[in-house]
Design a binder for this molecule. Structure first.
Ligand code: PLP
Length: 360
């Protein structure tokens, strides 16, 4: 608190990222980073631009990166809006698309917590709509008729931190029932097993899909994400971006991201490994007595009927294993566990098994 701060800064509740501590032999399963390294082609492309040309500003339109993304999905380059991580892309989406006076943004009560932070930052009213008892998104809650016209709809698919995915038919119903407002689908984890709403763009001009290179492309350190939408929507995002920072993606990130998107071999191989490890991990957790929600992401969300979530998280930390625990109604008994390498999963399960046996 300081007298120098603007009023709204005093009231902000900033997003709390998973911790990145320096502990020996630490197993980090708390921020959904990819267990494999990034594409070697991306690393080569990065090395190739580390030279005297860095004295120059980067391409403010990120043309090579946008072309790579457009090519991947058979879209026009004008439909791609990159940013410094998808968090920044989301920030511009909230600013450019969701600020309509008293009209609320609709989102699930259990979802990516950054959405509420951005609502606060941009002073956007929102309605947190409870997930069903099985933690699925109830489509009929979003298809209306709405008592107050909403400003927009946002959800993550697969959802975070549940990992549960909504099918394309359901997303289509939500988008078609709300043709005059943006429906934003945050697909940070889509490559680990859900269907992308990109397939709906040709018939739903209100859909905005958000992707990141931080999860399935193993490049969280590079900070690149992008929105995919109609040219009309993208133009609005560009206006906001060019009123904020016209060079959000540095030359190194542009080169690395473009090359990573083109390396389909690395992408397919590494995501298959994660998906397989997730299936094995879920089975092992079930055999330890956990209830595990059906995950289409690179993490699982699990609770043990006989053990408190916060206590399990603390006990794991004492053994050098970090997982994410949310002290939030409905989900405070759950642990969100990132899928690591098969060895990581074994260490986690052995440690959990010890903890559970000891405290019984
Ligand atoms: C990780 C994550 C992001 C942010 O990704 P960055 O591109 O690293 O900023 C966005 N949305 C969800 C749901 C995420 O889990």
């Amino acid at each position: 608190m300081s007298r120098f701060w603007s009023d709204h800064v005093v009231d902000l509740a900033p997003y709390t990222p998973g911790e990145q501590p320096k502990i020996n032999n630490l197993l980090k399963l708390n921020t959904n980073e990819h267990p494999a390294g990034p594409s070697l082609r991306a690393l080569e492309a990065i090395r190739a631009v580390i030279n005297d040309d860095l004295r120059r500003y980067p391409d403010n339109e990120s043309v090579a990166l946008r072309r790579a993304a457009a090519g991947l999905y058979g879209l026009e380059i004008e439909q791609i809006f990159p940013g410094n991580g998808s968090d920044e892309v989301l920030a511009h989406i909230f600013n450019a698309l969701f600020r309509h006076g008293d009209r609320p943004l609709l989102m699930p009560d259990i979802s990516y917590s950054f959405y509420r932070t951005y609502c606060q930052l941009y002073q956007i009213p929102y309605r947190a709509i409870p997930l069903a008892d099985d933690f699925s998104i109830r489509v009929s809650d979003y298809t209306g008729p709405h008592d107050v016209a909403p400003a927009g709809i946002i959800f993550a698919n697969p959802n975070a931190p549940t990992g549960m995915a909504l099918g394309l038919a359901d997303i289509r119903s939500i988008a078609l029932a709300n043709p005059d407002i943006p429906v934003v689908v945050d697909e940070a984890y889509v490559d680990f097993g859900a269907e992308s709403a990109i397939a709906l763009l040709h018939e739903c001009s209100n859909i905005v899909v958000v992707h990141t290179l931080s999860k399935s492309r193993a490049l969280a350190g590079l900070r690149v994400g992008f929105a995919i939408a109609s040219k009309e929507i993208i133009d609005g995002l560009v206006r906001v971006k060019d009123s904020f920072n016209s060079y959000p993606i540095d030359s190194i990130a542009q080169a690395g991201a473009a090359a990573a998107l083109q390396d389909t071999v690395h992408f397919e191989q590494t995501r298959k490994v994660v998906i397989q490890a997730r299936e094995n991990l879920s089975k092992q957790l079930v055999s330890l007595g956990f209830e595990v929600l059906p995950s289409s992401a690179n993490f699982v969300f699990a609770r043990h009927p006989g053990h408190d979530g916060a206590a399990l998280s603390r006990a794991l930390r004492a053994q050098g294993i970090l997982v994410r625990h949310f002290n939030q109604p409905r989900i405070d008994q759950f642990l969100r566990i990132t899928v690591g390498t098969p060895e990581d999963c074994t260490r986690l399960c052995n440690t959990l098994s010890d903890i559970i046996l000891k405290t019984h």
